[in-house]
Design a protein around this ligand. Structure first.
Ligand code: NAD
Length: 471
């Protein structure tokens, strides 16, 4: 039985003041694998006092010192890569394929931010005045369960680069993964108090972070519902906020695309991270006259997907993180059926032989209308909606007809045509012909997918305040 009984404050592993115990459940079989003692408001307050004190000196460190810290963090996290992969499989149910890549990326966030930092200008002259960018202060970081280590690493890397100190509230459902990161961060030998961890419940630890007047900024990744509440409450102390929220990303397949190539990719994309991905292309927009061909290829692809135990290297779709998440996905599948969408693959219930865990059948609905619930709301499971369009204008209109604007995807054999459509889509990240990743370019959402940007120099700017010194 695994135990998470420490939090990390002022460079030390300490017993939490909080006493509430959370059972840690393996989503592959719903058996208990451990317990975590959760932090409470007092723990948050202690961590914030420490981070505030550490900020006095950490904010004065040189770029060279902070680059060194980032390099040490990368090294320390990379040493834990295999441990992180295994714990992500066990605690989260992430497939081995996905967890391995995710753990590898965790270290790379420190690398890319070190590169940004080396070239970043923290001040410039405008006329005869100096405009200085200075670190915003103590940053409260609140992260989700579906990409825990990457979320934490990218936020902490940016805070370190800026000269900010941080208090991290990872998802309580990622307690074991957080413990591995805490140990790695400790090994990196940062100044005491620069990075603190208080794992606990959102409505306890998260609420105190958002309320605490000594926290200057909240960097949140999670659902749109919680993001809205944070934005409202953070305004009481005028905190800066970065909100990375949900999505319902369109994947526009143009009539000149090679369907045999792009449709299987579209299905894999929708099921990335077992469908629990904010950027998953969950609305597949296809030309009406090609719908039959698309349906045939998509159905075949979904039926060949390997759903299974996440430990198995061949598994492409693992369990949902919790029974609650499984039930949520099931309710959307039921809603799709009730609304009259045509079930092409999968459907309600669990795949045969996997009844003990939170497994969902890879599901595709076709003939979906964009006003159906399954096309409007984020499902966060392996459920794809195929929507047909008559012409390019209609494809763009459907793509933009959503409260979200996190990502979008376009497939075409004509790069200029794809570029033209990209310029008309309201989303923070648009990938043409594939699922590219670049940690240097900004990431974040239009509309209800969030506020602000993360990654690269755009991300760094969000941890800084501009100060004009006029002479
Ligand atoms: P969630 O919003 O339920 O929880 C996210 C974090 O907020 C957790 O740490 C949780 O404990 C905390 N929280 C919950 N209630 C809170 C409250 N009242 N006050 C303060 N904190 C609170 O999200 P989740 O279910 O953990 O993650 C899935 C969601 O995250 C999806 O909507 C997904 O799209 C989104 N997400 C977005 C991105 C992105 O970069 N845009 C990346 C990953 C996940």
């Amino acid at each position: 039985m695994k135990q998470v009984n420490k939090i990390y404050i002022n460079g030390k592993f300490v017993n939490p003041h909080g006493t509430e115990i959370l059972e840690i459940i393996n989503p592959s079989d719903n058996k208990k694998i451990g317990e975590a003692i959760l932090a409470d408001e007092t723990d948050v307050r202690n961590a914030v006092v420490t981070a505030k004190e550490a900020f006095k000196t950490f904010s004065q460190t040189t770029v060279e010192e902070r680059v060194l810290y980032l390099e040490k963090l990368k090294e320390a996290v990379e040493k834990k890569q295999d441990e992180l992969t295994e714990i992500m499989i066990e605690e989260y149910g992430g497939t081995r394929q996905f967890s391995t890549i995710s753990s590898r990326y965790t270290g790379s966030w420190f690398d890319s931010m070190a590169e940004v930092l080396k070239n970043f200008k923290f001040g410039k002259m405008i006329n005869s005045s100096l405009v200085k960018l200075q670190p915003v202060g103590v940053v409260g970081m609140i992260t989700p369960w579906n990409a825990s280590s990457s979320s934490i690493a990218s936020k902490v890397a940016t805070a370190i680069a800026a000269g900010c100190t941080s208090v991290i509230k990872a998802s309580e459902m990622s307690s074991l993964q957080t413990m591995v990161l805490m140990e790695a961060f400790h090994e990196a030998g940062l100044p005491e108090g620069a990075v603190n961890f208080v794992t606990g419940l959102g409505n306890v630890v998260g609420t105190e972070l958002i309320r605490n007047p000594d926290v200057a900024k909240i960097s949140f990744t999670g659902s749109t519902a919680v993001g809205k509440m944070i934005a409202g409450n953070a305004a009481c102390t005028m905190k800066r906020v970065t909100l990375e929220l949900g999505g319902k990303s369109p994947n526009i397949i143009l009539d000149d695309a090679d369907l045999d190539q792009v449709i299987p990719m579209a299905v894999y994309g929708a099921y990335m991270n077992s469908g629990q991905a904010c950027i998953a292309p969950t609305r597949l927009l296809v030309p009406e006259h090609k719908l039959d061909q698309v349906n045939r290829i998509a159905k075949m692809t979904a039926e060949q997907m390997v759903v299974g135990l996440p430990q198995d290297e061949k598994t492409q779709i693992g369990p949902m993180v919790s029974v609650r998440q499984y039930e949520r996905v099931q309710s959307f599948i039921e809603a799709g059926l009730e609304e009259g969408a045509l079930l092409l693959a999968g459907g309600p219930g669990k795949p045969q032989g996997l009844e003990a865990g939170n497994f969902v059948k890879p599901t595709i609905f076709t003939g979906v209308k964009n006003d159906m619930k399954i096309a409007r709301e984020e499902i966060f499971g392996p459920v794809l909606s195929i929507i047909s369009y008559k012409n390019e204008e209609e494809a763009i209109a459907i793509a933009n007809d959503t409260p979200y604007g996190l990502a979008a995807y376009i497939s075409s054999s004509d790069p200029e045509r794809a570029m033209d459509i990209a310029s008309k889509i309201d989303a923070g990240r648009i990938c043409i012909n594939g699922f590219s990743h670049d940690p240097m370019v900004p990431f974040g959402g239009f509309k209800q997918s969030g506020i602000g940007r993360e990654y690269g120099e755009f991300g760094l700017q969000h941890y800084l305040e501009a100060k004009a010194i006029l002479k």
